[in-house]
Design a protein. Structure first.
Lengths: 609, 79
C-alpha cells in the first residue's frame, strides 16, 4: 500500500528525532495530508494554546498519492494552529518537497516544542537530525537558505522548505516556502515555524513509493490522465496560469479593488494575462518567459517571469533581474487592484520579495491595502509610516512596503501584524477585509454570494480554495442553492486535499477519479461516496478544533463593508452579501445547531464519537 | 439588430479578450447569439447581459435588443 506507515516525530525542546508508526486507523478515517494531520493536531495539542507558543504543534503531512505517478501527486500540507487566525491552519503546497519526503520514506513530520537555539532539520532517507542554524542560515532569506544548505551538504537535489526573515520576525502571515517559490502560504504557518526556532527542513530521498496494486494503479492513473491531459482546462492553465481569472473578475465585477471599495479596476489591461506576454519597450522581452510544473504534474500552471531590468525596483539589484516565480491570479489581485497599482513589474517584484522572505502575497497585499485606507482616512500618517506615502496606486509604496514587511523593519513591523490587528491598533477594525483574521483572496462576496458563504464558513478564515462556488456564482445561481453548493464542495475539497493531489484536475475529474487512484494505491474500499463522507468528517474535525480553541458562530461572518455597503458597479451592483439568508441553511445542512456546533447526531453519523 | 459581444479569457480559436458587433434577427435570444460565436463548448460558458448574469437555463428565453452588450467567459475556478 502507498503508505510508508512511518512518521518522523521531532521534539525541538528535547532536540530529538524519532520514527514512529503512522496511525492506520486514523488514515482509514481521515486519508492523509490535511485530514490526517488535523486528526494528529487535535490529539496532540491544547486548541487554546497560543499559536506562537511551544505548545503549538507543526505538522508537515503528505497524502497517500504524494510521490506517486498520479497526475499532480506532489502536494503536502502544513497543519498547525495559525498565527494569523488563532484557528486551525491547513496550508497546501506543491513543488517537489512533498514528493521528496515520500521518496525518503516518511509520510509525515510532526514537530513539537521549541528549540533553545535556531536549528534546521536535515533528512536523508531514514536518517534525520537537527543541525545548528545560527551563524549559518538563520538570518538569511529563503533563497539564500536553500542555496547554503545544498552547498553545505553537497547535493543539488536536496529539497528545502524554509522560512525567510518574515518568519523569523514572526510576521503573522509568514509562510513556508519550498523550491524557492512554492509555498504553504496561508494563515501564518511560517510564523509558527519561526516561533519554534526551526529555520528549514531539508530532505533528500532515494527510495520510492510502493502502491498496493501497481497494474491497477497504472490503469487508474492512465484513465485519469486521459481526461485531464487533452482538456481545455489543462491547456488554459498551462498557457495562462491562473491569471486569466483577472479578466473574468474584472468583467464580472468581483475583483477586490482598493481594499474592496470597488470591484472593478481601471488598470487590468496593464497587469493581466495579455500584459504578461506583451513585449516590453525597454528590452523587447515579455514578463512571462516560461511555465513550469510541480512533481508529477501534467498541467504546469506555474509561472516563470523576468522583470523589466530598467524598472526602478531592481536597479542595481542583479538577483531580481534573473528568472523567478511569477505572478498568479491571487498574487496579482493582491499586489495590483487591491492596492490600486497597475505596474506589473512592481507587482512582480513584490511577489519575488514575498517568495524570498517568506510572506503570503494575498495577506501582505490585503494588509497593505488596509494600511492605505487607514492612511487615506487619516487614521495613520507619515509619523506612523516613517514617511512612507501609503497612497492607493503608488508602486513606490508597494515596493518599499514589501521590503519593510519582509524584514520586519520600520512600518513593516506594523504591516506584519496582518490587516485585522493593524486596523484594530489604529482604531478602525471595520477596514480589515478579513474572516477569522485572514485576509480576503481575490473575490468580492457581494457579486459572488457563494464565495461570501465560503469565506464566512471556512475553517481557516477567508479562503477561495476550501469550496467551489465559482461555476454557480458566475452563472448567477440563486441564493437558496448556495448552502448546498458550498457544503458539498467543502467536503469534496477536504477529501482531495487529503489525498496528496492538487485541486486543479478537479476541473475535469470527479471524486470517482480520485477514488479509483486512491483505491489502487492503498486499498480499503475507497469510493466517491466514501470520499465525500470522509471530507465531511474532516470538515467537522476542523470545526471542533476551532470551537475548542474558542471560536464560535460569531466568527462565521464578513466585514461590515461586505454586509452593508452595496456595490457600485458590475453584476452585483446594488447588492450586499446576503449571509443572513445563507448561513442558517448552511448550518442546517451541516447538521449543526443554531450556534454552529455539530450535533451529537451528526458526530455519530460521521463516526466521530 | 446589432449587439456587442465581448469574449473574455476564452481559449483559442476564440479570441481571448475581444469585442465585436454581431447582427441578429429581431427577437433573437441570448442563446442565438452564443451559437453564432463558434465556441467549442457554448453551453459551458458563463454570460453577462449588460452586466446582469444570465443563467445557462434562461439563455434560450432571454430576449436581446439592439445595442445590448453580451459578455461571454469560461467559469474557471480560482487558484
Amino acid at each position: 500500500m502507498a503508505w510508508h506507515e512511518k512518521i518522523l516525530r521531532v521534539d525541538l525542546t528535547k532536540g530529538t528525532c524519532q520514527a514512529e508508526p503512522l496511525n492506520m486507523e486514523w488514515a482509514a478515517q481521515y486519508i492523509g495530508s490535511r485530514g490526517l494531520a488535523s486528526k494528529y493536531l487535535a490529539a496532540e495539542m491544547d486548541p487554546k494554546a497560543d499559536p506562537l507558543s511551544p505548545g503549538n504543534v507543526l505538522i508537515f503531512a503528505t497524502g497517500p498519492l504524494t510521490g506517486t505517478s498520479a497526475a499532480t501527486g506532489g502536494r503536502y500540507t502544513v497543519v498547525t494552529k495559525g498565527a494569523l487566525t488563532n484557528a486551525i491552519a491547513c496550508s497546501n503546497s506543491g513543488g517537489y518537497w512533498g514528493g521528496e519526503l515520500r521518496l525518503a520514506g516518511w509520510d509525515m513530520v510532526l514537530v513539537t516544542g521549541k528549540s533553545k537555539k535556531p536549528v534546521y532539520l536535515n533528512i536523508e532517507d531514514d536518517k534525520a537530525e537537527l543541525l545548528d542554524a545560527k551563524g549559518f542560515v538563520w538570518g538569511q532569506s529563503v533563497w539564500q537558505t536553500e542555496a547554503l544548505i545544498k552547498e553545505r551538504h553537497q547535493d543539488p537535489r536536496i529539497r528545502v522548505a524554509s522560512i525567510g526573515r518574515a518568519g523569523e520576525t514572526l510576521a503573522r502571515y509568514a509562510c513556508i516556502v519550498n523550491d524557492l517559490d512554492r509555498a504553504a502560504g496561508r494563515s501564518g504557518v511560517g510564523a509558527v515555524m519561526g516561533s519554534k526556532n526551526l529555520k528549514a527542513i531539508a530532505v533528500r530521498g532515494t527510495s520510492g513509493v510502493q502502491v498496493k496494486d501497481s497494474d491497477a494503479f497504472h490503469a487508474a492513473v492512465t484513465a485519469a490522465r486521459a481526461k485531464l491531459d487533452p482538456s481545455d482546462d489543462r491547456a488554459g492553465l498551462a498557457a495562462s496560469g491562473t491569471i486569466s481569472m483577472l479578466d473574468i473578475t474584472q468583467s464580472f465585477g468581483s475583483l477586490p479593488t482598493r481594499n474592496n471599495r470597488d470591484v472593478q479596476f481601471e488598470g487590468t489591461d496593464k497587469i493581466g494575462a495579455a500584459a504578461m506576454v506583451a513585449k516590453r519597450r525597454s528590452d523587447g522581452q515579455p514578463n512571462l518567459i516560461a511555465n513550469k510544473a510541480c512533481f508529477s504534474c501534467t498541467i504546469g500552471c506555474g509561472r516563470v517571469s523576468k522583470m523589466d531590468p530598467s524598472h526602478f525596483a531592481v536597479k542595481g539589484n542583479k538577483r531580481y533581474k534573473e528568472a523567478s516565480g511569477g505572478l498568479e491570479y491571487e498574487s496579482i489581485y493582491a499586489l495590483g487592484p487591491m492596492v490600486g497599482v497597475d505596474d506589473i513589474d512592481a507587482a512582480t517584484y513584490a511577489n519575488y520579495i514575498c517568495n524570498e522572505e517568506g510572506m503570503d502575497p494575498i495577506s501582505f497585499g490585503s494588509t497593505l491595502a488596509a494600511a492605505m485606507e487607514l492612511y487615506d482616512v487619516g487614521a495613520i500618517g507619515d509619523k506612523e509610516t516613517g514617511g512612507l506615502k501609503l497612497e492607493f496606486g503608488s508602486a513606490e509604496a508597494l515596493v518599499k512596503g514589501v521590503e519593510l514587511a519582509g524584514l520586519g523593519e520600520g512600518f513593516g513591523a506594523d504591516l506584519g501584524l496582518g490587516a485585522k490587528l493593524l486596523c484594530e491598533k489604529y482604531g478602525k477594525p471595520d477596514l480589515a477585509m478579513v474572516v477569522k483574521g485572514q485576509e480576503f483572496p481575490g473575490y468580492d462576496g457581494r457579486s459572488m454570494q457563494g464565495m461570501a458563504l465560503a469565506y464566512a464558513t471556512s475553517n481557516r478564515g477567508a479562503c477561495h480554495l476550501k469550496a467551489d462556488p465559482y461555476g454557480d456564482d458566475f452563472d448567477g445561481g440563486p441564493i437558496e442553492g448556495k448552502a448546498e453548493i458550498v457544503y458539498s464542495s467543502q467536503n469534496a475539497v477536504a477529501a482531495v486535499d487529503s489525498s496528496g493531489l492538487c485541486l486543479f484536475p478537479m476541473a475535469v475529474w470527479d471524486l470517482g477519479d480520485v477514488a479509483s487512484q486512491l483505491e489502487a494505491a492503498c486499498g480499503g474500499g475507497w469510493t466517491a461516496e466514501r470520499l465525500a463522507e470522509t471530507g465531511e468528517r474532516i470538515w467537522n474535525l476542523e470545526r471542533r478544533f476551532n470551537l475548542d480553541a474558542g471560536l464560535s458562530a460569531k466568527d462565521d461572518t464578513l466585514p461590515k463593508r461586505i454586509l452593508k455597503e452595496a456595490l457600485k458597479s458590475g453584476s452585483g451592483k446594488g447588492k450586499v452579501a446576503e449571509l443572513d439568508k445563507m448561513l442558517p441553511a448552511y448550518y442546517e445542512m451541516r447538521g449543526w445547531d443554531d450556534e454552529g456546533v455539530p450535533t451529537t447526531q451528526t458526530l455519530q453519523r460521521l463516526s466521530m464519537l | 439588430m446589432k449587439i456587442i459581444v465581448k469574449t473574455v479569457a476564452l481559449r483559442p480559436p476564440a479570441p481571448p479578450n475581444a469585442e465585436r458587433v454581431i447582427e441578429l434577427p429581431d427577437g433573437a435570444m441570448v442563446a442565438d447569439a452564443i451559437s453564432q460565436l463558434g465556441l467549442a463548448r457554448p453551453d459551458s460558458q458563463a454570460t453577462l447581459l449588460n452586466d446582469e448574469t444570465v443563467p445557462a437555463g434562461r439563455r434560450a428565453a432571454t430576449a436581446l435588443k439592439a445595442g445590448d452588450i453580451l459578455t461571454v467567459f469560461p467559469p474557471i475556478k480560482g487558484g
